[in-house]
Design a protein around this ligand. Structure first.
Ligand code: 7RM
Length: 673
């Protein structure tokens, strides 16, 4: 394998990208054929090389960044037309060895996790040695209860060291974890467990969030009634309270205490599955995206280091829940692979008050803080005093993820939280992409950052904008569908059990390209700004949801033959759901039905999915072919009624005035629930 050959400029650039990091030392020498404008070793030159010679770019990085049992023989083998994606073929490694053992060998007592528990000031520090031991005990417990390489294990756990150990324990024995966000309902949990055919579920007796108890075990009990594949439920303890234990329930800590604190790691192929993570699409049930071992880990680690300017000794804080991809890549896998100290945030941004994040930053001397715009929008309403009260001088990088960050929130985060001195990175990526794809960093030293823009593609990411006809749009000042034209190591490999769905969802709209589902704008300078989803996926407080999922959850109500859900702008949540429903003729108890629908959505999906507004209409706007024109409903709700666009395909245009009248009567903005 040809090593990268890059010039002196590279070391300089990489020196500022991330000081003293081994992988980039391998990247030294000169890039051939880089654009004239690009200094050798500059961000532009490296980007150009990653795009033109992926094997020469990623190969040495993988070799130097990861610990391998067996080296790979082929850097990549990908074909977007069939959805075939493979990286570092022939290689063997273990992800938990990369995240734990390699650091334990060098500095066993360095802190891997700081568990910022719900109650402020009660944090717990866990060293790499302790985390390895806990992971091994848990891995041995899983083995004892029949979990083998390739088996699926569901985690329904709050953010905690034990949850991280459970993920790594699966990785250690080659089992596949699927973490289900602990805010999902029993029915959602059961759906995921059944799709993945999980053998074991790991949970807590209860969770704690914002001072409130969450009945995790009860919800698991409810779910597993409908899950024939589940043989055991391992129950750990987060609170003192006793919960009823049934035949298949096993007290986790007691079992772990009996097990050996060592466990031989399985040697896994680069392309064996590491985890499944379910995410919403525009149609059908959530998709179980498959991420594999080597490529995912490399990409998470490298983006963690370069986008956030993580340096050895830093305390890195991503406040996302481990139930989302952000938690997987930037609470667990990226930071731990880099030997970082990673914060596990169990609480909420306003518990016990709106100073929580910044008090934590001061107390734990956090260097990087990565969170969601929805929390920023909420906190800025509480005023600057909650921020200024605390010392934030340890902060160097601020990050935003999950949804577009509006100008006001960006400015506030930058000026008030970051005292105009921190680097603020708006990072765009998806469950599917495995790690950050577009962000202002890495870039040339001192390069500008514009508010509310993800700006620059990461190494190896080639963004393409498409027009409606599927033509590639060149140049600047254009908007289109955001696609990516070349594979990168972190991307998902398939949808669990349904490769055709993977191909259809991501590679069919624009043959030969990965379609993200998002729209984007490219400036004249070539920077990218994400404009939002182009499909029927909405984003409530950074949580991704299909409008069809919400409609499905309401569909079983006997009094409601039809519904249509859309997303509309919301001050704090970013987007909220608005449901239009049709009642059966003979019903005159609309309010009762509406309450039942709210309850149904909470039970079938989660509380956050419940529509803020539900409006009864006589009928939905349909085209002659019977499709609901959600676009029209969106225009009505956002007050754009003067420009309704093309309505000629409507079966009966009279429906517009009908719905408008109902909407105006309903009152434009009822208080959000
Ligand atoms: C990481 C994550 C993915 C969707 C994505 C976008 C939206 C995420 C940004 C963003 C604008 C951003 N994974 N999104 N980040 N939109 N600017 N910086 O959120 O699978 O849960 O959601 O989120 O629509 O397609 S996700």
């Amino acid at each position: 394998m040809a090593a990268l050959s890059l010039g002196r400029g590279v070391s300089r650039l990489l020196g500022c990208l991330h000081r003293a990091s081994a992988p980039w030392r391998a990247v030294s020498g000169r890039i051939r054929g880089a654009p004239d404008a690009a200094q050798p070793g500059s961000y532009l030159a490296l980007s150009a090389q990653a795009a033109r010679e992926p094997a020469a770019f990623w190969g040495p990085l993988a070799r130097e960044t990861l610990v391998w049992d067996t080296p790979y023989h082929t850097v990549w083998d990908c074909d977007f037309s069939s959805g075939k994606i493979g990286w570092f073929l022939g290689g063997q490694l273990n992800v938990s060895v990369n995240c734990l053992d390699q650091h334990v060998q060098k500095s066993p007592e360095s802190v891997a996790l700081i568990w910022e528990r719900d109650e402020p000031g009660t944090e717990v520090r866990i060293t790499y040695r302790e985390l390895l031991e806990t992971t091994c005990r848990l891995a041995n417990t899983l083995k004892k209860h029949g979990v083998r390489r390739g088996d699926r294990v569901a985690l329904y756990m709050s953010v905690s060291p034990l949850a991280v150990a459970a993920m790594l324990a699966c990785a250690r024995i080659g089992a596949v974890h699927t973490v289900v966000f602990a805010g999902f309902s029993a029915e959602s949990l059961a759906g995921r467990i059944n799709d993945a055919k999980c053998k074991v579920v790991i949970t807590f007796n209860q969770g704690l969030r914002g001072g409130r108890v969450v009945e995790l075990k009860k919800i698991v009990d409810e779910a597993v009634k409908h899950c024939p594949s589940v043989q055991h439920v391992l129950v750990a303890h987060r609170t003192e309270n006793k919960v009823p234990m049934g035949d298949r329930d096993i007290p986790l800590e007691q079992e772990m205490a009996k097990e050996d604190p060592e466990c031989t790691p399985e040697s896994m192929g680069s392309e064996d599955t590491l985890f499944l993570l379910y995410t919403s699409g525009s149609t059908g049930m959530p998709k179980g995206l498959v991420h594999t071992q080597a490529g995912y880990l490399l990409y998470a680690a490298l983006t963690h280091k370069l986008v956030f300017d993580y340096r050895p000794g830093d305390v890195f804080s991503c406040v996302a829940d481990i139930g989302w991809i952000t938690g997987h890549s930037y609470v667990v896998y990226g930071p731990l692979c880099n030997g970082a100290t990673s914060i596990l945030f169990e609480s909420t941004p306003v518990y016990p008050n709106a100073g929580r994040y910044w008090e934590m930053v001061q107390r734990l001397k956090i260097n990087q803080f990565y969170g969601a715009p929805t929390a920023v929008r909420l906190l800025l309403k509480y005023g600057d005093a909650w921020v200024k009260k605390y010392d934030r001088s340890s902060l160097r990088t601020l990050g935003s993820v999950g949804e577009p960050i509006n100008q006001e929130a960006w400015e506030w985060l930058h000026k008030v939280v970051g005292d105009s001195r921190c680097t603020l990175v708006d990072t765009w990526w998806q469950t599917e992409t495995g790690g950050i794809c577009i962000a202002p960093r890495p870039s040339e030293e001192g390069a500008e950052i514009l508010p509310g823009m993800a700006m620059r593609p990461f190494f190896g990411i080639i963004p393409i904008l498409m027009d409606e006809k599927g033509n590639v749009m060149e140049g600047g000042d254009v908007s289109g569908s955001l696609c990516i034209s070349q594979a990168w190591p972190g991307m998902a490999r398939t949808i669990y059990g349904d490769h055709q769905r993977f191909v259809d969802a991501y590679f069919k709209a624009y043959p030969g390209y990965y379609f993200t589902g998002d729209g984007a704008y490219r400036t004249r300078e070539g920077y990218y700004q994400i404009t939002g989803r182009m499909d029927d996926v909405i984003n409530i407080s950074g949580h991704r949801l299909g409008t069809a999922e919400i409609e499905d959850a309401m569909a079983n109500h006997p009094a409601v033959p039809e519904t249509a859900v859309i997303g509309y702008p919301h001050d704090i949540k970013g987007e909220a759901a608005f449901a239009f429903i049709v009642l059966k003729d003979d019903r005159d108890d609309a309010e009762k039905v509406v309450e039942e629908l709210r309850a149904a959505v909470a039970a079938k999906i989660a509380k956050y999915a419940v529509p803020d507004q539900i409006l009864v209409v006589k009928r939905l706007p349909k085209t002659r072919s019977g499709k609901v024109m959600r676009r029209l409903l969106r225009k009505i709700v956002t007050g754009q009624t003067r420009d309704l666009g093309d309505t000629t395909t409507l079966e009966d245009p009279g429906v517009i005035t009908e719905i408008l009248t109902a909407y105006q009567k309903h009152g434009a903005r009822r208080p959000a629930k």
